[in-house]
Design a protein around this ligand. Structure first.
Ligand code: EZ4
Ligand code: CO
Length: 402
């Protein structure tokens, strides 16, 4: 079998998605997600201008060799643009392989280690009362694990909070908006939020919280400690992780489990975090971490250190990535949890799929390959629209992490 055609399809049903379609001489095609929130066109160009000419004519079964060819052959290694482009090729190849062998991708990655995957959703509210209402709504939808974020007194529109009813979407069309951030009121507020949630909902719900990289290591240590009585499933992105050793300080101060990795691209971003057991969950995603070929190796490495997966699953990861993550999580031994931020009906219509949600768990479906398709004529009706994530500044104007 040979790859004979490759197309990059950009669509924006409600937000931007970049998809690679690889076609073979036997009529089988595969899909890979190449979406990089706010930098979509850079990955599209990387694929169109630099990758596609090199892979035409190759054997789509050679997932390992093609991965190494794109990673080592580029000379310039790593980085989100490169790794998203490699992921798109890799995932499309696994999709082709599954379809050619008439089996779901999870069977190619080790077969079923479980029947379905525990997922967590996002509950948000402009204040504690509204956050409690949103937790109740998600619990009633069947979720067993809920990430909770709430507005902070004195801060308008902090990142991670839905602006109104309906699905939350962090990317905004147009140029980036800017929001104020202050750590002191945040640190005072979050323990109160979780105290109220536990009083209200009892001990059974798994509760998670995302700090969006906004704390220093010692601030994160304090927060982790103060949250211990509320038994969090994890505290996510407590501090930026470019300097991996920052997590040592947090680890020495708190037993609240720590998750990180949604912005990582390769194993080298997590190597120290994992081998020193400074984290409990590695959140790298299929699309931003070089595809299934690389993420499988990362999961196997993490397993040696009792670190489990908690793959990023926000709406900026397309249904192709959600399908790939579910096949992956079905097969690996050290699966922990999967993030689930449901796509809108418009996005689901562009990407018809076989995966499903029921009673707090997701299942990849049993269709050959990934079990996700792209309606190209519908996709063409939704052209790209410039969009960015918001920017955060401290009250004095200093730019901060988010
Ligand atoms: O900010 O996906 O855990 N989920 C998150 C997401 C990320 C966005 C960035 O593109 O933190 O909402
Ligand atoms: Co996050």
């Amino acid at each position: 079998m040979k790859i004979v055609n490759a197309t990059v399809i950009i669509t924006s049903p409600d937000r931007n998605f970049v998809t690679l379609k690889l076609e073979t001489d036997e009529g089988i095609y595969g899909l890979g997600d190449a979406t990089l929130n706010g930098r979509e066109l850079a990955v599209a160009s990387y694929l169109n201008d630099h990758v596609i000419p090199c892979i035409l004519g190759r054997d789509p079964f050679q997932t390992e060799d093609i991965w190494q060819y794109l990673y080592r052959g580029a000379y310039w290694r790593r980085g989100p643009v490169t790794m998203a482009a490699i992921a798109a090729v890799d995932v499309a190849l696994w999709d082709i392989k599954g379809k050619a062998l008439n089996t779901p991708v999870y069977n190619l990655l080790g077969g079923k280690s479980r029947e379905s995957l525990l997922v967590y959703c996002h509950a948000t509210g402009k204040d504690i009362e509204h956050a409690l209402e949103d937790v109740a709504r998600h619990r009633d939808l069947g979720y067993k694990a809920i990430r909770v974020q709430s507005g902070i007194p004195g801060l308008e529109n902090p990142y991670g909070i839905a602006k109104g009813p309906g699905n939350y979407e962090p990317a905004e069309r147009g140029l980036p908006s800017e929001h104020a951030w202050a750590t002191e009121p945040y640190l005072r507020h979050v323990p109160a939020l979780f105290a109220r949630i536990r009083t209200h909902f009892g001990e059974d719900l798994h509760l998670l919280h995302d700090c969006h990289h906004r704390l220093t290591p010692i601030e994160a240590s304090r927060l982790g400690k103060e949250l211990e009585p509320f038994d969090l499933f994890w505290l996510e992105d407590p501090t930026p992780a470019e300097h991996q050793e920052s997590f040592k300080l947090i680890r020495e101060h708190t037993t609240t489990p720590i998750a990180v990795g949604e912005v990582f691209n390769t194993i080298w971003d997590a190597h120290d975090l994992i081998r020193n057991q400074w984290i409990d969950y590695i959140r790298m995603s299929v699309v931003h971490s070089g595809g299934l070929t690389h993420l499988k190796k990362i999961a196997d490495f993490a397993a040696l250190y009792q670190v489990r997966t908690g793959c990023h699953g926000a709406t900026d990861l397309s249904p192709v990535t959600m399908a790939a993550a579910l096949h992956f999580g079905t097969a690996i031994h050290n699966f922990g949890i999967q993030e689930h931020m449901p796509h809108t009906a418009e996005t689901d219509a562009v990407f018809p799929h076989h995966y499903s949600f029921k009673d707090g768990f997701m299942h990849p479906g049993n269709a050959p390959g990934l079990g996700v398709d792209l309606d190209e004529s519908l996709a063409a009706k939704h052209p790209y629209q410039r969009a960015y994530l918001p920017i955060n500044r401290k009250l004095d104007g200093t730019l901060t992490d988010w």
